[in-house]
Design a protein around this ligand. Structure first.
Ligand SMILES: C[S@@+](CC[C@H](N)C(=O)[O-])C[C@H]1O[C@@H](n2cnc3c(N)ncnc32)[C@H](O)[C@@H]1O
Length: 253
């Protein structure tokens, strides 16, 4: 997996440090993980297969497996050190948890033999590609491997829509950092790299704005595309696949 920015996902030491910081923040992510689960278009006792794109050490997969006792999660990632940790986290779930090592830039990154999928989820991964054209292709590839009635939910980092809003968001982020101290700084370091100055952390360097992401999802063929949650430059977006011959949202339970 080619290194695209300051993150070094192939490095055992870097991943060890990153995961330690991220796990300290995991309780704060539970509400969003729950929202993602609540948006899934199937009941809790459904037998379903969910693809976790850029799953890392597997926190989203674990959250789903705990709440959907008949679900199987496929944790896809390009980092061997991450997937080693994911396998540890997923071990209690036996056959319900599988990993798939692949680079999102490879044409055959999708574990097609395990699909088609009832849902795909992704958490703070795709901005790492630093390539919105590839990100948009991945939306199309995911759409093509979802079952009718399925969904793709993607929480990721986005650019502010204007320079003025970027400044405003930076000011809000600074105020939060001042109020919450080290925890918020830890979060910045996870997203932007440990030891990087705060002004770098607020540079608009993500691949696209919310509007561009929503347009790319619609262009990929998703229906009922929306932003389900947003906080400054973090957003949870997604779209559904129509059930054959009917509107997708009509069949959500
Ligand atoms: C910020 S971490 C998020 C991990 C996990 N989803 C979470 O929410 O904690 C981003 C993940 O994307 C993966 N990733 C980045 N670029 C990738 C690529 N080109 N192919 C596959 N995985 C990639 C990294 O290995 C890393 O595990």
């Amino acid at each position: 997996m080619q290194r695209r920015d300051h993150h070094n996902w192939a490095s055992e030491a870097y991943v060890e440090e990153w995961v330690k910081r991220q796990q300290a923040e995991d309780p704060n992510r539970a509400e969003r993980f729950q929202l993602m689960c609540d948006l899934l278009p199937f009941s809790q006792d459904a037998t379903v297969t969910v693809l976790d794109v850029g799953a890392g050490y597997g926190p989203m997969s674990r959250f789903i497996l705990d709440r959907y006792p008949h679900a199987t999660c496929i944790a896809q990632d390009g980092s061997a050190p991450m997937l080693t940790r994911a396998r540890r986290l997923g071990a209690p779930y036996g056959e319900r948890f599988k990993t798939h090592l692949s680079d999102l830039f490879a044409t055959n990154w999708l574990p097609t033999e395990l699909g088609p999928f009832d849902a795909a989820v992704s958490s703070i991964c795709l901005h790492n590609l630093r390539d919105f054209a590839r990100n948009s292709e991945i939306y199309r590839e995911i759409r093509a491997h979802l079952k009718s009635g399925g969904v793709f939910l993607n929480e990721d980092l986005i650019n502010a829509p204007t320079a003025e809003l970027k400044q405003r968001y930076d000011a809000v982020a600074d105020a939060r950092r001042r109020r919450t101290g080290t925890s918020a700084e830890g979060l910045q370091a996870m997203v932007h790299g440990a030891g990087r100055p705060a002004d770098h952390a607020t540079t608009d360097s993500f691949p696209a704005t919310l509007g561009q992401h929503l347009a790319a999802m619609r262009a990929a063929g998703f229906k009922n595309v929306d932003c389900f949650w947003k906080d400054l430059r973090r957003a949870l977006i997604g779209g559904y696949v129509d059930r054959d011959g009917s509107e997708s949202l009509g069949s959500i339970q």
